[in-house]
Design a protein around this ligand. Structure first.
Ligand code: GLU
Ligand code: MG
Length: 457
């Protein structure tokens, strides 16, 4: 960030400020996501946006070392009282918040006071991953599905709908709420593709159009906070936790990805499985191989492992299949006639305790390594892996993914490629934060874990 960058940003922000003021904005919330998947913020009055665009606002690096219940960990590379960073809003993504009158929002990149990207900034890691991808002549389109459990805003945990799974009754019951949500997302330029009641009681889901990875991670933050805000306006609360209630089906945060080259989707038109090109197959194989380590980023809470059980479409098997909802990687090919645009891969194991920037960066790093080395996929699995005996699974090369955050964290720290790609300091901090959460819940029952983390994300 040099003098010219700062001057350019100040001019752009001055223009933006006039537009925001005309629309009644008084405050701009600047957000980043920490290593526990919690969206943290500092806000500035709109009159301060110009100065903020130029110089940023201060924030301590200690935020890298927060657990989801706000305990501060004394990590190896984060957690002390020393130091200060600068939050620089992405001016291209400033959005007037439809469900929070008077407010606008922008995601930030965190810089050092010297104007260098903060080495432990997750959005920065994703920028680096995207730059690497583009050096290989590739782009990725991505989207994260958001599921949430809607509850009455009461002390007891009461579902906000009585209708059945996928039942239209739920839409009738919460018609005004859902209409206001769609309107708010439309006003904020979010391209919603679908909204529906999900399986668990009071659960809904929204899916959005795929976009560039940084945009997709920003959209994930914006959509989730919009759902939260609209819910509160209706006297409701939205839980995005992987397991809102120990006995029920959880909330996923499934990630869809497709790799493109020169405007062509590489997941179709090739000779590989599901007509994937060699590059798309390598990319998928790279992700599949590294899933145990990637879980520490994509399913990074103790509650994540309550969700990752067979039979709940959370797909805890290291396997891939064509339209198979019980394999961690599901290949989606779309309808006949859509082969040029629709095909993509879905990572089903991830959830919304994940930091979306880290999550997408991890998938890109793993995918690129697979594509570069020409990795090949194992045979696709066309049954529910849990219906096979352990021996049948072993014969097909299907392994169970880590069943605890501890196992996944060890796998991440042991992964030299991901450690190099993210940077050793960031990986150490992620591991330190996870180990503190593991210790905190060492003796907790599933019910206690679900209750403690229900409103954290
Ligand atoms: N709620 C399920 C999960 O925890 C996913 C349901 C679906 O496939 O949409 O991931
Ligand atoms: Mg779903």
């Amino acid at each position: 960030m040099d003098r010219h960058d700062r001057e350019r940003r100040a001019i752009e922000a001055a223009r933006l400020t006039r537009r925001l003021t005309d629309r009644g904005v008084v405050g701009v919330a600047l957000t980043w996501v920490d290593n526990s998947g919690v969206v943290r913020t500092k806000a500035v009055p709109v009159q301060r946006l110009e100065r903020t665009a130029e110089w940023g606002v201060g924030a301590s690096p200690v935020f890298d070392a927060f657990t989801p219940d706000d305990t501060i960990v004394a990590g190896r590379y984060a957690g002390g009282p020393i130091g200060d960073l600068r939050l620089l809003p992405d001016l291209n993504r400033v959005t007037v918040l439809a469900a929070q009158p008077g407010w606008a929002w922008a995601p930030v990149d965190r810089y050092t006071r010297g104007g260098e990207p903060h080495p432990q900034d997750s959005r920065g890691a994703l920028h680096r991953a995207v730059a690497k991808l583009s050096a290989d002549g590739l782009t990725v389109k991505a989207a994260v599905e958001i599921e949430w459990a809607l509850r009455l805003d009461r002390k007891e945990f009461v579902p906000a709908t009585r209708g059945p799974a996928y039942g239209f009754t739920r839409v009738v019951e919460r018609s005004d709420y859902l209409a206001e949500l769609l309107t708010a997302l439309w006003d904020q330029d979010v391209a919603v593709e679908q909204i529906h009641p999900e399986y668990a009681s009071g659960q809904f889901e929204v899916s959005v159009a795929a976009e560039d990875p940084v945009g997709a991670a920003d959209t994930f933050v914006l959509v989730r906070e919009t759902i939260r805000a609209v819910s509160l306006r209706h006297g409701l609360r939205a839980s995005f936790s992987p397991k809102v209630d120990a006995a029920g089906v959880g909330n996923g945060g499934h990630v869809h990805l497709s790799v493109w080259q020169d405007g062509v989707n590489l997941h179709g038109g090739g000779d590989g499985p599901c007509a994937m090109t060699t590059t798309a197959e390598g990319f998928a194989a790279g992700i599949l191989e590294r899933l145990p380590a990637l879980l520490a980023i994509g399913a990074p809470s103790v509650a994540s492992y309550l969700r990752l059980v067979p039979g709940q479409w959370a797909a805890p098997f290291q396997a891939c299949g064509h339209e198979n909802r019980e394999t961690a990687l599901r290949f989606v090919t779309g309808s006949t006639g859509e082969e040029r645009t629709a095909p993509n891969l879905e990572v089903k194991v991830f959830d919304q305790s994940a930091n979306p920037y880290l999550c997408l960066a991890g998938l890109l790093f793993a995918g690129m390594a697979g594509a570069r080395s020409g990795a090949r996929l194992p045979p696709l699995v066309d049954v529910d892996p849990s219906s096979l005996t352990e021996q049948q699974r072993a014969e097909r090369g299907i392994r169970m993914l880590p069943t605890s955050l501890a196992e996944a964290t060890d796998a991440l720290e042991a992964d030299a490629l991901l450690t190099e790609a993210f940077g050793a300091e960031l990986v150490a901090t992620i591991a330190d934060v996870h180990r503190a959460e593991i210790a905190r819940f060492a003796d907790a029952s599933p019910e206690d874990i679900a209750a403690a983390l229900r409103w954290a994300f």
